[in-house]
Ligand binder design. Sequence first.
Ligand code: FUL
Length: 504
Amino acid sequence: MTKGFFNMPIRAAVSSVLLLSCTCGLSAQSISLEKQTLANPDNEPAPVFPVPSQRQILWNETEFYAFFHYGMNTYTDLEWGNGDEDESLFQPTEVPDPRQWLEAVKAAGMKGGIAVVKHHDGFCLWPTATTTHNITKAGNEPGRATNIPRDFAAAARDLGLKYGFYVSPWDRNSAYYGDGTNRYVNDVFLKQCQELAEYGSDQFEMWFDGANGGSGYYGGANEPRVVDHDTYYNIPNLRDKIHGIAPDCVMWGVGDEARWIGNEAGWAGETCWSYGSGTSGDENAWKWKAGESDAKATLSGWFWHRDDDMRSLDQLWKFYLETVGRNATLILNIPPNRTGKLPETYVTRLREFGERLNQRLGTDLAPAARISASATRKAGLNRNYEASNMTDGDKDSYWATDDGDKDASIILEWDDPVNLHYIALQEYIRKGQRVKDFTVETSENGIDWTPRATNVQTTTVGYKRIIPLNGSTEEYGPGYNVKAVRITINDAKDSPLIHTVSAY
Ligand code: FUL
């Protein structure tokens, strides 16, 4: 069957128009316009730099994951071992059970976890070839049968969770650490990271703590050793080697692909850029480095201690809203005890947290609303930028305005009033973080509007922003019965690109 001009595919039709325009002698200007259209047939907005890499985007999508501090310190009751602990002190009463850890955090709504496999004391929780200071010399059979990276990776895959490992760059056991040669970096640290990467090419993050150098055992030298943490670890080489094995593994902290949020207290700045440093980042920084907040679900240590206890649900909820809700990820620590399991009371609190998460943020009411925007970017051949893209459940479709159009409102309207507590926004960060200022209002009748969360800095959005309509990350309150919500973007680096709006 032959196809005429009017029923040929659009792409072919545009090419024909171009051909016709050339042959029919149209002006140079109209030809160049046609060329522009062909160069960007989907009318996609240009990126606003910096932009994240694919692995950084995947990492951001993990949002909320666990940290498990377990190791020699669990048995010596320390937070920082000196590195001279006898291996025989490691004596779990049962073979540690990472599956139990991960099942518990999955029930809390977490999407993955990072296991500490070597802390600053240098004791390795796998049979490494790099040092004898490892589980093969543990004091009992369950200790010698321990292999955290192997069992953690297997359980995570089985449970559909993301996983990764914390391997401390600072090693207070190694004689070579900071000895003036490269031996520790090349023969110990790099090799350990490579061994760990081999436990799974699908791992999502390797965690490198910033604590560097100081006093320690160092093979018996018992002296302070100081290194320049910016240069000592040969990070570019480490990154390349690990990415060669585990391409989606974000090298956190010292690795420079994601940043520490600047505190261990479970909060990010209300203004939070995915570049720069600290709680708020820096609007003008040049390199993508989104924030991760490491916080303890328990009251005292990172490691298990007999008298420690879990934080309250309200405290954990506040952490969640002030990190995941502020364009950071949350890595929440829950320490296994001497049996190599999470204590039952911790498991219970985690389950309760999952129930709360589900109850408060589990049902998005936005897809049931009519959604419209005051301005919408002209559609391209295969892509449109309609407001409905924000509630279609597809993170790759997004709403946008025309280039340079930095202020616009989005309105959600329901036929019958809905009870709302939170509004969440997500930018299409693949093309950069853009929004700089926005406001949220609600309306009971669709005509009169009341500003909400006016005490909150509604500045940045980024990967995800959750705005409590009552302005509180502590009080849940009765919510607001509304027929409409209006989100007005007042300023952005360029055309705002939003892929999802949610209402809870
Ligand atoms: C810190 C370490 O020194 C702590 O022991 C813990 O591992 C925490 C997550 O990072 O900097």
